[in-house]
Design a protein around this ligand. Structure first.
Ligand code: ADP
Length: 624
């Protein structure tokens, strides 16, 4: 018989997993039990529509058998089973999501923790087994097949004998070594502990034989075997929250939502009232690899009194909270609702509203009580909250505005808008912000200098959505947002302003000549907001330089243009030099203007349109 090879990516995953120090090997049992439970589900669902399945629901079970002598563990189920093709397809290759993940992993050279992003499933059994045999008979088929593999050199499938429909998985444990002991998995206590910890809520009985030696009155001993059920079969969300440990919640989360990193927060609620429901919500601690792609599907599992009716009910979550994982179980939702009707369902809408409130208040609590966790959360999903504000043109701002964090000029740490307001200087009536590629670059911007000097706090916007978000917010607690690079933002007193206006008026003709030398610029003027820098750029109107850069990099077609103002530090020696040139050498004034404008662009982190012209101008000047 020829051996088939695992697909390249499964092989790699296998190696990675088996050798990963990160992975907790106990989970193999959870994975196999949960596959068995899924297989029983499938047969059960079939029995609802297919009359040829006449099964007694009470007979469904998962059985574990331990054999110390042969060092094997067996997991048996009476679920739907697998055909020859299914054995080949399901156990020979890894789920599709796995392969695309590998691509990404190779590109980014990510660490092995990424395994945690999807169900490692069946393969995890190779962490404890040197050989696995899967004997299966599919429902509706007369033939049974045996799949065998050592996880390393491929696998074989051959015809075999099995009376009943279902699957029987035999793990032949790895040999013990000096450092690793696999015999622990042959102890029924140990297995019972693992089942309780990870699979307690599984809705079919997980049984194991218990052997008892009985002695009768005449001193004859006999061996009696009874079947013991290891799991309580109560869904975790139906238990009271003080009955469930954090570890159990986390185990449930990682099993059902394929994330091996524990959630930042678990929220278990029982709501009674206008609408009654139980919910179990998880805030993940990191974004799934496909979160910010079109492939990502939001939604909560929807149960009607313990029966799953929809795996991803999108209507239960607003887009800006799409990262939430979890489930809702309500008796008020009818089992027979179709998808279309569901969307209109009043009960569902009420539940969604109540869930949204709960998520919001939970996030606020984390923000209040555990800043470190909140920042971790915000690193993963802050972008989604900001996007939620600007994509709705500010409609959701009341829900989201207090959940935002922005970097600030004070220690370059993140602050909420509320914190910013409480730090405002007396008489300050605006929330100042500056945009740029990085905190350090913003910190060095000429426009920011004066604000920091006068001890105004400035928000540093480094994400490309930040400025759009702020524009959609428009104001916070009555304070408008103001870009420090906006032409009309000034810290001058009325007297200072008047003096500056006068100087600008006097130099009007010189400025219009300078403007002629610059095609891109709307106007040129003096400023007294600069300290050491000779020049800076500002903009008039709603489009800032950052927005111009971002919007023009988007494939929307239409080009936007900011109205650029070249501002000259009137206290810098260059101001006198320009005046001098205006009187004596107008041609040279044009060259100086071009150089100064390009310098300002460089300081702002913008590109220079014509570098050759600029270097020639500077060289000419140097040669004089
Ligand atoms: P996942 O369960 O995440 O899909 P696995 O690697 O654990 O990934 O399993 C792959 C597939 O093999 C399952 O989706 C299922 O179709 C099939 N399978 C595994 N175990 C069983 C079983 N006990 N009975 C029937 N089918 C099974």
């Amino acid at each position: 018989m020829t051996k088939k090879q695992f697909r390249a990516e499964s092989k790699k995953l296998l190696d990675l997993m088996i050798n990963s120090v990160y992975t907790n090997r106990d989970i193999f049992l959870r994975e196999l039990v949960s596959n068995a439970s899924d297989a029983i589900d499938k047969l059960y669902y079939k029995s609802l529509t297919d009359e040829s399945v006449n099964l007694d629901k009470d007979e469904f079970k998962i059985k574990i058998e331990l054999d110390k002598e042969n060092r094997t563990i067996k997991i048996l189920d009476n679920g739907i089973g697998m055909t020859e093709e299914e054995l080949d397809e399901n156990l020979g290759v890894i789920a599709k999501s796995g392969s695309s993940l590998f691509k990404e992993m190779n590109e980014k050279n990510k660490d092995v923790n990424i395994i945690g992003q999807f169900g490692v499933g069946f393969y995890s059994a190779f962490m404890v087994a040197k050989e696995i045999q899967v004997l299966s008979k599919s429902f509706g088929n007369d033939e049974a097949y045996l799949w065998v593999s050592d996880g390393d050199s491929g696998y074989t499938i051959k015809k075999a004998d099995k009376d009943t429909v279902g699957t029987e998985i035999t793990l032949i444990l790895k040999d013990n070594t000096d450092t690793e002991n696999y015999d622990e998995y042959l102890e029924s206590r140990r297995i019972e502990g693992i089942v309780k910890k990870y699979s307690d809520y599984v809705k079919y009985p997980i049984v194991m034989d218990e052997v008892e030696t009985k002695t009768d009155d005449e001193d004859n001993s006999s061996i009696e075997t009874t079947e013991k059920t290891l799991n309580s079969m109560i869904p975790i969300w139906k238990k009271s929250s003080d009955e469930v440990t954090e570890e159990e919640y986390n185990a449930y989360y990682s099993d059902k939502f394929y994330d091996y990193e524990k959630p930042i927060k678990t929220v278990h609620s029982k709501i009674e009232g206008q609408v009654s429901y139980n919910s179990l919500l998880f805030i993940p601690s990191h974004a799934p690899y496909d979160y910010y792609t079109k492939e990502f599907e939001k939604g909560l599992q929807l149960y009607s009194n313990g029966v799953l009716i929809m795996d991803k009910c999108a209507d239960l979550l607003p887009d800006y909270f799409s990262f939430i994982k979890g489930l809702v179980d309500s008796e008020d939702i009818s089992l027979n609702l179709s998808r279309e009707v569901l969307q209109q369902d009043r009960q569902l809408k009420l539940i969604a509203k109540s869930i949204e409130k709960k998520i919001k208040s939970t996030l606020e609590e984390i923000l209040e009580d555990n800043r470190e966790d909140y920042e971790k959360f915000f690193d993963a999903f802050g972008m989604q909250l900001k996007y939620g504000i600007y994509s709705s043109y500010g409609m959701n701002k009341d829900t989201l505005k207090d959940l935002l964090l922005f970097y600030s000029s004070k220690d370059k740490k993140r602050v909420t808008l509320k914190e910013y307001i409480s730090n405002m200087k007396e008489g300050q009536d605006k929330i100042y912000y500056a945009c740029g590629e990085s905190l350090d670059k913003i910190d060095m911007l000429p426009n920011v200098e004066r604000f920091k000097d006068k001890e105004y706090e400035v928000l540093y916007l480094v994400d490309y959505v930040d400025e759009f978000t702020i524009q959609a917010l428009m104001e916070y607690e009555g304070k408008k947002f103001a870009n420090v690079a906006s032409e009309d933002v000034s810290l001058d007193s009325p007297e200072e302003k008047e003096a500056l206006d006068k100087k600008n008026e006097e130099a009007k003709d010189m400025f219009s000549l300078m403007k002629e030398a610059l095609a891109d610029v709307k106007s040129v003027k003096y400023t007294n907001k600069l300290k050491n820098h000779p020049v800076c750029l500002s903009t008039e109107g709603a489009i800032s330089l950052e927005m111009q850069k971002i919007m023009n990099s988007m494939p929307t077609g239409e080009e936007v243009k900011a109205d650029i103002v070249l501002e000259i530090n009137e206290n810098h020696p260059i101001a006198d030099k320009l005046k001098n040139l205006y009187e004596n050498d107008k041609e040279m004034l044009a060259d100086y203007t071009k150089i100064l404008y390009n310098q300002a662009r460089l300081i702002e982190g913008l590109s220079v349109e014509n570098p050759t012209e600029l270097t020639n101008l500077i060289c000419d000047l140097m040669s004089k």
